[in-house]
Design a protein around this ligand. Structure first.
Ligand SMILES: *Cc1c(COP(=O)(O)O)cnc(C)c1O
Length: 360
């Protein structure tokens, strides 16, 4: 293995090294077919097998019930911000949204183009440092769905439990899908851009309950209807073949690691190391309130912006990349998705202790 540094990037993010190696070989010559992976027709039996296997693994790992479709779409997670209300709402229809950060805010803006949107909760006035408890908001009873972002990538907050409500849930799980078990039955739609926890950029995974496929208003264009893609097994047009293939490799890796429950345990350990380091001194300050802390993105501050800049520079010098916080909150952020190695977290914790001692 060549020298790899620790990449704390929020996305696209660290992938398992074994996946990168296998993909590198297959790109040039896919399993001795004499054709490179990214030259294969999406209708070839080789690629059809890849897509089928990828879907099967996602279904197994997430325990997706039979009455749900798994779709491989393009346009990024951001396109789901409009596709969901475009397909599920319409004149006179209502949905409730929880505003817990940049990504929910963007989704609310798009949803307003298609229906009556109630924002039942917002933590914006405390820089999105928390997510709500169930008793802090009311879902409008006429809502078609309750929309929330399960993990707020930028602010480092996460719903420890999914909202409890009779209303159908719709969730953006871009940055924590497959990081812990989830009861899919409560959800109408779950979506995730692959580039945080599933693979490279280029594909968005959508899980959708069958009964929703027929709700789309007639005015919605063909490519933007979920049913178009569901009916054709995500092959209505050319799918993002390479990204789907990589997601398949990551799913196989995940299975070898013991699946989603084993991942949750490991993720708790990894995040626990960092939060313990943050709580150990007054030098570091976590951005998120304790009961809203994310296991995927750990956002924290140092005493001054100057020290934060110094921290990020010195960390980069010793091989820790991508620790700069998002421009909307500043500070530092360590993104430690499933594939981020535990020893990298331990080494960052050592570095943090050392830095605090020298600069505190
Ligand atoms: C990154 C991210 C997005 C945006 O994903 P794109 O694929 O770039 O559109 C949306 N939601 C969440 C929670 C994210 O982390």
């Amino acid at each position: 293995m060549p020298e790899r540094i620790y990449n704390f990037s929020p996305g696209p993010a660290t992938l398992p090294y074994s996946v990168l190696q296998e993909a590198a070989g297959d790109i040039v010559n896919y399993q001795n077919t004499g054709i490179g992976l990214i030259e294969l027709s999406h209708r070839s039996k080789e690629f059809m097998a890849i897509a089928e296997e990828t879907e099967k693994l996602i279904r197994r790992l997430l325990e997706v019930p039979d009455n749900y479709k798994v779709l491989f779409l393009q346009g990024g997670a951001s396109s789901q911000f409009f596709m969901i209300p475009m397909n599920l709402l319409g004149k006179g229809k209502t949905a409730t949204y929880l505003n817990t950060g940049t990504w929910s805010k963007k989704a609310i803006k798009e949803a307003r183009l298609f229906g009556d949107i109630k924002v039942a909760y917002s933590s914006e006035d405390t820089t999105f440092n928390r997510v709500p408890r169930d008793d802090e908001y009311t879902v409008a009873p006429e809502s078609e769905y309750l929309y929330f972002v399960s993990n707020n990538t930028i602010y480092g907050t996460q719903f420890a439990q999914m909202p409890k409500t009779e209303t159908m849930l719709v969730a953006d799980m871009s940055s924590d899908i497959l990081s812990r078990p989830v009861d899919i039955n409560k959800f109408g739609i779950i979506f995730a851009g692959a580039q945080k926890n599933m693979g490279p950029a280029g594909v968005t995974i959508v899980l959708i309950r069958d009964e929703l496929l027929d709700k789309t208003p007639d005015t919605v264009p063909t490519m933007l209807r979920y049913k178009t893609h569901a009916d054709k097994g995500s092959m209505f047009n050319t799918p993002p073949c390479f990204a789907i293939y990589c997601v398949g490799l990551v799913m196989r890796w995940l299975q070898e690691q013991g699946g989603v429950a084993a991942m949750e345990e490991r993720n708790r350990r990894k995040a626990g190391l960092l939060y313990d380091a943050i709580d150990a001194t007054d030098f570091y300050r976590g951005h998120a309130e304790k009961d809203s802390r994310s296991l995927m993105n750990i956002s924290f501050n140092l005493p001054t912006p100057e020290l934060e800049a110094k921290f990020i520079t010195e960390a980069a010098d010793v091989g820790f990349n991508g620790l700069k916080g998002h421009r909307s909150i500043g500070g530092c952020r360590a993104s430690i998705y499933n594939a981020f190695p535990e020893e990298g977290v331990a080494k960052l914790v050592d570095f943090m202790a050392d830095f605090a001692k020298k600069n505190g």
